[in-house]
Design a protein. Structure first.
Length: 247
């Protein structure tokens, strides 16, 4: 519970920092990234609440919709706004909004096996004997395809940006930022994958991966303008005499 709560808090603060960058720059990528981080924060919050009190219908539906599908794909949309032509990015945003509405409705009405929520494998949708929800549902399809697609875009976009900045010698801070963003996204993706398919069924372990991953991404973002920047020279002393300025 504490690890998931830590991940939620870090993501919320991260979202606030990115939102402040949007206020200054008005770049849509920052607004979408802030939204994606808020979604991630809410998902980790549902996870922490479920671990503390036991997963019920509300905590499971919120955790799976926000954490299993929407968080990573909205972060990936921010990457699309950064790298793709503006028209393509806005088309992707419109399509994603429609998909989000469909998935949200499905998450609200889909039948959930309450008994399966007593185990970590059930919460993560991995129980074959008591499936948490029907595998033909839009939510299940979204988990499978949108999560994979979002992870590929987010990780691939950050890795490509790191390579491009390194190649063009655009600044070590940008290289470090994108390397840490890539590493953090990989850690989170591996956490979900290992928890679902590699036999690591503990939600505590998943919370640890989430906390480490979001901390790496946050550190990468904070490195912009702070690493490899030349020190600012101190201004020469100035004296004012008889209306003239002399160094």
């Amino acid at each position: 519970m504490l690890l998931a709560a830590l991940a939620s808090g870090l993501a919320f603060v991260f979202a606030a920092v990115v939102a402040s960058r949007f206020v200054r720059s008005r770049r849509p990528a920052f607004a979408v990234w802030a939204l994606g981080l808020l979604i991630f924060s809410a998902a980790a919050g549902f996870q922490a609440a479920g671990e503390a009190q036991g997963f019920g219908q509300v905590t499971f539906r919120g955790f799976y919709l926000l954490g299993g599908v929407l968080g990573v794909v909205y972060l990936a949309l921010g990457t699309v706004f950064l790298l793709a032509p503006r028209r393509v990015a806005w088309i992707c945003a419109g399509v994603l909004v429609v998909i989000t509405v469909i998935l949200a409705v499905d998450a609200a009405v889909i039948p959930v096996d309450q008994a399966a929520l007593a185990t970590p494998s059930g919460v993560l949708g991995g129980s074959s004997a008591h499936p948490t929800f029907p595998q033909g549902s839009p939510l299940y399809i979204g988990v499978v395809f949108l999560n994979i697609l979002g992870s590929l875009v987010l990780i691939g976009g950050s890795a490509w940006s790191a390579y491009r900045y390194f190649r063009d010698r655009a600044g070590i801070d940008r290289v470090v930022c994108n390397v840490l963003l890539t590493a953090g996204a990989l850690v989170i993706a591996y956490g979900f994958t290992s928890a679902k398919t590699l036999g690591v069924g503990s939600l505590d372990v998943l919370g640890g991966y989430e906390a480490v991953g979001i901390a790496l991404m946050f550190a990468g973002f904070l490195s912009l303008g702070r690493i490899g920047q030349p020190a600012t020279a101190a201004p020469a002393p100035v004296s004012v005499t008889a209306g003239s300025t002399k160094p």
